[in-house]
Design a binder for this molecule. Sequence first.
Ligand code: GUN
Length: 293
Amino acid sequence: MTILDGKKTSNDIKNEIAEEVKKMKAKGEKVPHLAAVIVGNDGASLTYVGSKVRACERVGFESTLVKMSNTTSEIELLDKIEELNQDPEIDGFIVQLPLPKQIDEQKVLMAVDPKKDVDGFHPENFGKMALDMSTFIPATPFGILELLERYGVETDGKHTVIIGRSHIVGRPMSILMGRKGFPGNSTVTLTHSHTKNISQITTQADIIISALGVPNFLKAEMVKDDVVIIDVGITRVPDESSSKGYVITGDVDFENVSKKASFITPVPGGVGPMTIAMLLKNTLIARELHNRD
Ligand code: GUN
């Protein structure tokens, strides 16, 4: 069994990006600049956005954190997005999800300039991804592809089962794993809350990508020997013995499933750090794109 080490791999990627930034600086070029907008004070979202901004500093990017209150109106957020769209200093930006209920998420995603949409959530970019055109690939799916590629995990002709159809992970992953090329060329089954008898499907999977958010959902009896497991779950489970008062728990019963798996991502230290590394990668791509404008 091989651990797909997202912490190490993301560090490798960050070092590669830092080298690129050094070269840019040496040539007197502007370095990439990422902005992150967070609306409200959800603890987990604040933690994720904080990690994204710190990662920028680590590789030598410029970063801007825009904090807006929980009572921000849709218009106020759309105005801020327009300001970031127009700001020539900003190469790419993200609006952290979820948003407070008074704000229509779809309107927000549509307002982001596709050239600065380093999350890859704008319909133009999502459509390009589905049509194999060059674009920003959402950071978590991009991170999963990168892990599969760097560890040489065979995907060609394999049966990939995805659990969860979210716009951020499950849906794009189902498109990407079925694309021509490597990683890809998989036969994909996308399962979700209306799927019947999920164990019957998961026991036939060569690769399982779980993005459900139910701690320890996937048990050893639900998988076959030598399965490849990608666990995207990051649920905070209360735990008084931990200093934070919670532990981050994946969708997969790691202790027992890992005994049957050929490759498996741990939680934490698997997909999570990869998401941040690939957001940086997308921001670097955005900078290069703007250089050519
Ligand atoms: N919320 C959870 N994951 C993500 C992500 O990748 N991007 C944004 N903007 N919000 C998220």
